[in-house]
Write a protein of this length. Structure first.
Lengths: 322, 191
C-alpha cells in the first residue's frame, strides 16, 4: 500500500521531470491501482514549472529557421505520400505476380507476359512518384518563404528510415523485371509442342493448349513489334525521302542558276568580242580613210601648185597702163 | 487574422492541418521555445535543428494534445524540454534506445494533467516580470537545484551524486523550491 502523502510529496519532482525512477514506478503503480490521484495538484506544479523558461532572457532564432521548418514539413508530407503510393503499387504488383504464377506454374515459358506487366507497373510507380513530387499539391504553403539550400542530411532519423524503405522497394521491382526478361524463339515453342504431342495424356493436352495460347500470344506480340518496327521504319524512310527531295530541289536550283550564269558569261564574251571586232574594223577603216584623205590632199596640193605655174602669165605692161 | 486567435483556437486549426496556423504558431512561440532549447543544448545550430524537429513533431502529433485542458503553453514548453533533453542524453549516451514513433509518443510527447490550470503565452508574457522576480526571490542554492533538475535534466539521485548530498535532502529541496515558487506566484497574482 502506497501512502497518498508520499505520492503528493513526489508531485513537485514529477512536474519538474526529475523524479527518482523508483518513485516514478511507485507513482505509476498508485495510478494503475485506481487510487484517487491528485491530478489538480500535479497540474498546478506542472504549470508553475513550465513558467521557468520565461525567466530567461528571450533569444530570437535565425530568420531562416522558419524556412527550414517549412522545408522539413514539405519533405515529410512528400515522403509520406510517396510511401503510401509505393506501398499501394507494390501491393498491386504483388497481386499481379501471384496471378501470373498461378496461371503459368506448369509452363516453362511462363515469363512471356510478366516482364511487360512489370514494366507497366514500374512506369506507374514512376508516374506516381513524379505526380507526388508536384509542389502544387503540397499541404504547406511556401508563397512567402524563400527556400534555403536543400540538405538531405537534415532529415530526422525516423524520416531517414522511411527513405530507405522507398529505395529498397523500387530496387526490387526493377531487378525482378530485369531478371524476368526472356529471350523467346518461336521455334522453341514449336519444338516443345512437337515433343509433347505424342504423349497422350490430359496434362499434355492442357499443356499443349496453354503452350498454343502462349505461342499465339507470342506471335501477336511479335506482329505488334514488327508493326511498330515497320511504322518506325516508314517514318524514318519518309524523313529520308523528304530530305532527299530537298537536296534534289536544291541541286536543280543550283544547276539552273549555274546555267544562267554561264549563259550570261558567254553572251558577255560574244558581245565583247563583237565590240572588239567592230572597234578593230572601224579603226582600220578610219585609219585607211584618213590615209586616203591625206593622199588626196597631197595630190590636190601638188596639182594646184603645177597648174598655177602653168596658167599665170606675166605681163609687165598691165601694171604700167592701169 | 491568426494573430487574433487564442492559443487553443490556433492549435485547433493546426490539428485540422492548417499550415498557416502552424506558421502563426511558430511566429508566436518560436522565441520562447528557442530560448529554452538554447539553454538546454547550448549550441546555436543544434538548438535550431531541435526547434525545427519540434515543429515537425507538432505538425505530426498535434492530435495528441488534449484541447480540453486549455493549456497549450505548458504542453509546448514540456515538449520542447523533453526533445532538447533527449538530444543531450543521446549525445552523452545516456539514452541509446532507437528513436521510433513509439519512443516519441512515450518519452517526448508530454503528459500533462488534464486538470492543469488554463494558460497561454499572452498571459504568461504579461506576468513575465512577476515570474522573473519570483524565480530570483529563491535562494541561489534553490535556483541551482532547480536549474539542475529542469535545464540539465538530472533526476533526484543524479543531483544528489553531483552535489554530494543525501538523496532525501535533494527530494526535500525540490519540494520546497517548487512550493516556494508556487507561493510567490500566488502572492504576485494577489497583488
Amino acid at each position: 500500500m502506497i501512502d497518498e502523502q508520499k505520492i503528493i510529496g513526489m508531485l513537485q519532482a514529477k512536474a519538474l521531470g526529475c523524479l527518482d525512477p523508483e518513485d516514478d514506478k511507485q507513482m505509476q503503480d498508485f495510478i494503475n491501482e485506481g487510487h484517487q490521484f491528485p491530478w489538480d495538484e500535479l497540474g498546478k506544479y506542472q504549470n508553475a514549472a513550465s513558467l521557468l523558461p520565461i525567466s530567461l532572457s528571450i533569444e530570437l532564432p535565425n530568420a531562416e529557421l522558419k524556412d527550414r521548418v517549412a522545408l522539413k514539413l514539405i519533405k515529410l508530407s512528400e515522403q509520406l505520400r510517396a510511401n503510401k503510393i509505393l506501398e499501394e503499387d507494390k501491393f498491386e504488383a504483388d497481386d499481379d505476380y501471384e496471378d501470373n504464377a498461378e496461371v503459368f506454374t506448369n509452363i516453362e515459358e511462363t515469363t512471356v507476359e510478366s516482364p511487360i506487366e512489370i514494366e507497366h507497373d514500374e512506369t506507374e510507380v514512376e508516374d506516381n512518384l513524379v505526380s507526388s513530387m508536384i509542389p502544387e499539391e503540397n499541404n504547406f504553403d511556401l508563397d512567402e518563404i524563400t527556400l534555403p539550400e536543400f540538405d538531405s542530411g537534415a532529415v530526422s532519423e525516423e524520416n531517414a528510415g522511411e527513405e530507405i524503405e522507398i529505395d529498397t522497394s523500387v530496387e526490387t521491382a526493377i531487378e525482378e523485371s530485369k531478371i524476368d526478361v526472356p529471350q523467346i524463339e518461336e521455334m522453341n515453342v514449336d519444338e516443345i509442342l512437337k515433343e509433347k504431342v505424342p504423349v497422350e495424356s490430359k496434362h499434355s493436352e492442357t499443356i499443349g493448349e496453354l503452350v498454343a495460347e502462349q505461342n499465339q500470344k507470342i506471335k501477336e506480340l511479335a506482329e505488334q513489334d514488327t508493326q511498330t518496327d515497320l511504322s518506325k521504319r516508314s517514318v524514318a524512310d519518309k524523313m529520308f525521302k523528304a530530305i532527299e527531295q530537298d537536296f534534289d530541289s536544291l541541286k536543280l536550283h543550283f544547276d539552273e542558276s549555274e546555267r544562267k550564269v554561264t549563259r550570261g558569261v558567254l553572251i558577255a564574251y560574244v558581245l565583247i568580242a563583237v565590240l572588239l571586232a567592230v572597234l578593230i574594223f572601224s579603226f582600220f577603216k578610219f585609219s585607211g580613210d584618213i590615209k586616203n584623205l591625206e593622199n588626196e590632199i597631197k595630190e590636190l596640193k601638188s596639182k594646184s601648185t603645177s597648174s598655177l605655174d602653168k596658167e599665170i602669165p606675166t605681163n609687165p605692161d598691165q601694171y604700167l597702163f592701169s | 487574422m491568426y494573430t487574433e486567435l487564442t492559443d487553443i483556437e490556433l492549435f485547433e486549426r493546426v490539428i485540422n492541418r492548417d499550415s498557416k496556423a502552424l506558421e502563426s504558431l511558430y511566429d508566436r512561440y518560436s522565441s520562447v521555445m528557442y530560448t529554452l532549447v538554447k539553454r538546454i543544448v547550448s549550441d546555436k545550430e543544434k538548438a535550431e535543428e531541435v526547434l525545427a524537429d519540434i515543429f515537425v513533431i507538432i505538425w505530426k502529433k498535434s492530435s495528441m494534445f488534449d484541447i480540453s485542458c486549455g493549456n497549450l503553453y505548458s504542453w509546448l514548453i514540456n515538449l520542447t524540454r523533453n526533445k532538447s533533453l533527449d538530444l543531450i542524453r543521446r549525445e552523452r549516451a545516456i539514452v541509446t534506445d532507437e528513436y521510433t514513433d513509439e519512443y516519441e509518443n512515450k518519452f517526448i510527447l508530454p503528459l500533462i494533467s488534464a486538470l492543469i490550470p488554463s494558460n497561454d503565452l499572452e498571459k504568461v508574457l504579461v506576468s513575465r516580470d512577476k515570474i522573473y522576480s519570483a524565480f530570483h526571490n529563491l535562494t541561489e542554492a534553490q535556483q541551482y537545484v532547480l536549474s539542475l533538475a529542469y535545464y540539465d535534466g538530472l533526476t533526484e539521485p543524479e543531483i544528489a551524486r553531483k552535489l554530494n548530498i543525501p538523496l532525501l535532502t535533494v527530494k526535500s529541496k525540490i519540494r520546497v523550491v517548487l512550493n516556494t515558487l508556487c507561493d510567490i506566484l500566488a502572492k504576485e497574482d494577489e497583488r
